[in-house]
Design a protein around this ligand. Sequence first.
Ligand code: SAM
Length: 209
Amino acid sequence: MNKETLIRYLIDSGSLKTPEIIKAFKKIPRENFVPEHLKSYAYIDEPLPILAGQTISQPTTIAIMTEALKPKKGNRILEIGAGSGYQSAILSEIVGKDGIIITIERIKEIYEYAKQKLKNYKNVKVVCGDGSCGYGKFAPYDRIIVTASAPQVPKPLKEQLNIDGRLVIPVGAYTQKMMLLIKTKNGFKEFDLGCFVFVKLIGKYGWRE
Ligand code: SAM
């Protein structure tokens, strides 16, 4: 598959819908975020290995999570699990110069990889640390996206979300339920987006190492 065929497939399968998100998928070169020797696989609809047993997520999964997140121009977004940096690059394009993406990665080697890949994305800040605790320094956030699976929704992430903010997170041990939480004045509305498979969120509010 080439880029155009993949995007056409994501639209036809209903995973990609919103014009701004489609535009970001068209603009961001996924081949720049996968390891050099896997560049020719960049536009197949599969997750690919990056470093230290971790992955760049499948394009369908990234499309579904981004659509559920409903990112807008000017949003302040927290991503947990920087991985290859590709999801951040997509969000960076959508929020524009008045928005900001903070992306956290716990594995040093992957943090360095994401930092290098995202060096020209001026509205993205890459942080090394345990994202299961969120990132209080830039809170509250309009959107939070977690790209590794948690045993339950980490309490700090709920606290660091703005009212009307959206949090997308896979929860569960073997296959995971993708959850969308919308924060209201009276609590959270929860939606189940279906089953997915992710690497684990390791940390204080995640799984033990
Ligand atoms: N969003 C990434 C992309 O666009 O390529 C995919 C991320 S990969 C599926 C999940 C990442 O979450 C891994 O790199 C893993 O090291 C990281 N991770 C796991 N637990 C974490 C934690 N507590 N804090 C930050 N990153 C974590």
